[in-house]
Design a protein around this ligand. Structure first.
Ligand SMILES: [Zn+2]
Ligand SMILES: [Zn+2]
Length: 295
């Protein structure tokens, strides 16, 4: 993926968001908020400069063969200044546009301006998914942990996408046959069936990379027993399926692009199908990976 591809990705996410907004007026408020988030991320993406990645192609080849993701989460190169600018912008958008997040947005803007936020520490903890550190920073700043974590993650997204794009361009990832992301090892946030044969493409919950799920198995526990793996639809909604695994009780939402939608806009579909998450949770299944977009 090049810079132009990343532009195209944001354009298609925005298009998909507007399409869903027209079709489902009940999501209007939340989607208007995320439209602003996407615009801010897109602008930040265009200015994002990540430190050079040491692309040792021999090593990459070996890692792919052995099933090791190419870059560990904590080693993702980050445009620190750009991330901080986007974080402040997202706090401002939260304050202006989102009643649920307004208080946290205000508090965070104030602490950022007064220099009280250990921003570098926060970014490091979010990359590592070190919940203990994130919790302690949230407690100090008197904001909810999930909100702080999500705003920081949304701010990191341009760096993560730039890294995934740079890596995917240089390494031959087509031979990857695993249920976790070849770039970062992340689990799928959601998946989509594409093409006539319905190949399954997964969207990485961490770095936003798409890769093909080749095995008919549960992406979370590798269970291949077909009698444990089922899926259900919501009534009158052929576009989405919820795949469930009886062994680990995980579920994965899957969009069938033959029915509509756009693979590149999948992060938005994930956001707009909270009703399916609720349905799956009511049936006793758990979501195993976070959204790319979303609190
Ligand atoms: Zn990834
Ligand atoms: Zn499973």
């Amino acid at each position: 993926m090049t810079a132009k591809d990343l532009d195209d990705l944001y354009q298609r996410m925005s298009d998909r968001l507007n399409q869903i907004k027209r079709q489902r007026s009940e999501h209007d408020e939340i989607l208007s908020f995320y439209a602003k988030v996407l615009t801010a991320q897109h602008e930040a993406q265009q200015e994002t400069v990540i430190p050079e990645i040491d692309l040792q192609e021999d090593r990459f080849k070996l890692k792919i063969e052995e099933g090791f993701p190419l870059i560990e989460r904590e080693n993702f190169p980050v445009d620190r200044d750009g991330t901080e600018r986007l974080f402040k912008k997202l706090c401002q958008i939260s304050l202006d546009e989102n009643p649920v997040l307004a208080a946290a947005g205000k508090t965070l803007l104030e602490t950022m301006d007064s220099g009280k936020t250990e921003f570098a520490q926060l970014i490091g903890a979010v990359l590592k998914n070190d919940t203990e550190v994130i919790e302690s920073i949230a407690k100090d700043l008197e904001v909810d942990t999930p909100i702080l974590q999500a705003l920081a993650k949304l701010s990191l997204q341009p760096s993560l996408l730039a890294t995934a794009a740079a890596v995917a361009q240089r390494a031959a990832l087509d031979d990857w046959k695993h249920e976790y992301c070849p770039v970062c090892g992340g689990l799928p946030a959601m998946a989509a069936l594409v093409g006539e044969e319905g190949k399954r493409q997964a969207l990485c919950s961490f770095c936003g990379h798409f890769w093909e799920l080749t095995r008919m198995s549960c992406p979370y526990c590798n269970n291949t027993k077909q009698e444990d793996l089922r899926y259900f639809y919501a009534e009158g909604e052929a576009l989405y399926r919820v795949h469930i695994c009886e062994k680990c009780k995980g579920y994965l939402k899957v969009m069938d692009t033959r029915e509509g939608g756009d693979l590149k806009g999948l992060a938005v579909d994930d956001l707009a199908t909270g009703h399916l998450d609720l349905l799956a949770e009511e049936e006793g299944y758990q979501r195993k990976a976070p959204r790319v977009l979303g609190i």
